[in-house]
Design a protein around this ligand. Structure first.
Ligand code: NAP
Length: 307
């Protein structure tokens, strides 16, 4: 069994910021990520609201820079799946697909995952026209017609991204007003390829072998209709990746973990950072701030154990 002072779980912006600060504070730590660095930020084509990059920066590019920067200060990065977290007295045992690690502290930075719409055809056509990642799958829909479901930042930004490929993009939203940031709204409203379908919910995704249409319902009148589309991109919010600590730590109904401004959770020694915690603004800029705070609080906590 490996022994560490800190295990950071998740290699998105929050995890990497925590790793950078922990490495610079000379904390014996490891960051565990199951796949590519960057988390949801890396699945974002272009990020233009992270300070320091006038004109914006690609999500993957930003993630790779964060990885490089943290490693340059000596952060150890392990590629593995975390399977279990167990508390043993004041310490934790983290079981992964590679190693078992005993650690004094943990920063959970596992982020969030797309929320499912919950209609019949959604699972059936996942990967056959239903997608949760325009950056990954948008290019398959060159000159086609697609629908984006949702009215938040993710839905509207990704609809704009899809106009690079698709001939026509519907945004289907359940209200008559978008939740997305005003600037993004304006861009979408003035894009000729985007058509809004307001006050409507998707009742089903239809097709033979792949998506051919969506059945929608006007929530004001109850009227049902079909819209012919080749693809459906679902952006109806997110849920926390907090299963590892379910029933162990305090969280809200959607699994977002409750923490104070020091990123401390209801378990001593367990900290959170980024999208996994209950917070008012989920952005790269707030994720990295959480990560830095969590790492600095870990440093203080470790020092207190030595007193
Ligand atoms: P979000 O802000 O929670 O928006 C979810 C959207 O989906 C809302 O418009 C909501 O409608 C709709 N919705 C929810 N459940 C639905 C259902 N069952 N059927 C139909 N529509 C449904 O989620 P998000 O857009 O994924 O963004 C998540 C977080 O990441 C946010 O904090 C966001 O600001 C951030 N983000 C930021 C950027 C950026 O700054 N560039 C980009 C992406 C994401 P209502 O409006 O009626 O509730």
């Amino acid at each position: 069994m490996i022994e560490k002072e800190l295990v950071i779980i998740g290699g998105g912006p929050a995890g990497y910021a925590a790793g950078l600060y922990a490495a610079r504070a000379d904390i014996n730590s490891v960051l565990i990520e199951r796949g590519m660095p960057g988390g949801q930020a890396a699945a974002t084509e272009w990020i233009e609201n992270y300070p320091g990059f006038p004109g914006g920066i690609g999500g993957i590019d930003l993630a790779l820079k964060m990885d490089e920067q943290a490693r340059s200060f000596g952060l150890e990065v392990m590629t593995a799946d975390v399977e279990q977290i167990e508390q043993q007295g004041k310490e934790f045992v983290v079981s992964t697909s590679q190693e078992t690690i005993k650690t004094k502290t943990i920063i959970l930075a596992c982020g969030s995952k797309p929320q499912f719409l919950g209609v019949d055809g959604e699972q059936k056509f996942h990967g056959r026209g239903v997608s949760y990642c325009a950056t990954c799958d948008g290019a398959f829909f060159r000159d086609k017609t697609v629908a984006v479901v949702g009215g938040g930042d993710a839905a509207v930004e990704e609809a704009l991204f899809l106009t690079k490929f698709a001939a026509k993009v519907y945004i289907i939203h359940r209200r008559g007003e978008l939740r997305a940031t005003k600037l993004i709204q304006k861009r979408a409203m003035s894009n000729e390829k985007i058509t809004f379908i307001w006050h409507s919910v998707v009742e089903d995704v239809l097709g033979e072998n792949q998506v051919e249409a969506v059945r929608i319902k006007d929530v004001r009148t109850g009227e049902l209709s079909q819209v012919a589309v080749d693809g459906v991109f679902i952006y109806v919010g997110t849920a926390a990746n907090s299963d590892l600590v379910k029933d162990k730590v305090e969280m809200d109904a959607r699994g977002y973990i409750l923490a104070n401004e020091k990123m401390e959770t209801s378990i001593t020694g367990l900290y959170v950072a980024g999208d996994i915690r209950q917070k008012p603004l989920r952005q790269v800029v707030t994720a990295v701030a959480d990560g830095a705070i969590a790492a600095m609080e870990v440093e203080k906590y470790l020092a207190s154990l030595e007193d």
